[in-house]
Design a protein around this ligand. Structure first.
Ligand code: FNR
Length: 330
């Protein structure tokens, strides 16, 4: 496939479908059961429209893309979400994500089920590059301590604990957000532990009460519980029920983000950065260059779409730019 012909993120889905072995593509593309959460993740963005402002000076918007995530500087408010098995997309697997993220100066969060080991991935970092580490945990404390220690020794700057995938019995406890368990984990490492997979305003509030440094609103790309709400719906609920959450912890969100406008709708509500999963997995069909191209395209979209919404700076986005009454034409 021709990388130059890729002009938007959905094009990478097309490329992966056409150029990866069917089983590999299917692994990435999969949603749970009837895939209604998978589809809703994509379609929900079409149900909410902007309230744009005109006659604003928008010429400098590109300069406003850089942001911080847990105090670390990045060139844009989006990152590579943790997805298992990079090898299904390219022989260099996760090496392309860590190097592509370095070139594009965005955050990469490798999966605990990556094709390369924690040590191999972090060894590929550029000087000063910040990379977090996602982990799946069991209730075996010795194993957990070893994963924490390995991540720290490898140079991870934060850990991401995924709680929306209680596939094994041992994870059910975490999925109920047993917050005592969270405190126990936080006592086992000095790295910040982000909780990924928050799906309600109630749990977001509990995370804040328990002093979690950051949360990710996510239904795992619609791959776990069919019928789980999308990040945008959860962000709207938080905005309505407990808007202070957005100031009390860093809130990230993922699922179905494919266009600059999707990201802007989440940012408008107070989300600090958005994660993209499948678009990066698909882009790996082109290797590192594909990863870099997605970053470049998405930065451009954020700037162009932000300007069209009427933003002088991306930092000016706020809930006033979003019409919270959904249309029902989908
Ligand atoms: C995932 N996701 C995921 N999450 C996680 O915390 N650990 C993991 O190992 C994986 N593995 C994984 C594999 C594949 C193939 C996909 C598509 C997703 C979920 C991922 O981090 C993120 O939440 C979603 O991918 C976001 O949705 P989009 O951008 O793929 O629509």
């Amino acid at each position: 496939p021709n990388l130059k012909a890729m002009v938007g993120l959905p094009d990478f889905d097309w490329a992966a479908r056409n150029y990866l072995p069917l089983l590999n593509y299917t692994y990435y593309r999969n949603g749970a059961a009837g895939e209604s959460s998978y589809r809703n993740n994509l379609e929900v963005f079409g149900r909410y429209t902007f309230i744009p402002e005109v006659m604003n000076d928008v010429t400098k918007i590109e300069e406003s893309l850089p942001t911080t995530i847990l105090g670390h500087n990045f060139s844009a408010p989006f990152y590579i979400s943790p997805c298992a098995y990079g090898l299904y997309g390219h022989p260099n697997a996760e090496a392309n994500f860590v190097k592509g993220a370095a070139v594009g100066k965005i955050l990469y969060i490798p999966s605990g089920y990556a094709s390369l080991s924690i040590e191999e991935i972090h060894a590929l970092k550029a000087e000063g590059q910040v990379v977090f580490q996602q982990l799946y945990l069991t209730t075996n404390d010795t194993e957990t301590q070893s994963l924490f220690d390995r991540s720290k020794a490898a140079g991870a700057d934060a850990l991401v604990f995924t709680v929306d995938a209680p596939i094994f019995g041992s994870r059910h406890r975490a999925a109920r957000l047993d917050w005592d368990y969270y405190h126990k984990l936080q006592n086992m490492t000095d790295l910040p532990i982000i909780v990924k997979g928050i799906m309600s305003a109630k749990d977001a509030k509990k995370a804040v009460e328990n002093k979690v440094p950051a949360i990710v609103l996510s239904n795992h790309g619609g791959r776990q519980l069919d019928g789980a709400p999308s990040a945008l719906e959860v962000a709207i609920d938080i905005y309505k029920e407990a808007p202070e959450v957005f100031n009390q912890t860093e809130v990230f969100a993922d699922g179905g983000v494919r266009y600059g406008t999707d990201a802007l709708k989440l940012l408008a509500l107070g989300v600090k950065a958005v994660g993209l999963g499948r678009p990066f997995m698909y882009s790996n069909v082109f290797g590192q260059e594909g990863v870099e191209r997605v970053i470049e395209l998405f930065k451009k979209e954020l700037a162009v779409d932000g300007a069209n919404v009427g933003l002088g700076s991306l930092k000016d986005i706020n809930p006033g730019f979003l019409n919270l009454s959904p249309n029902n034409w989908h």
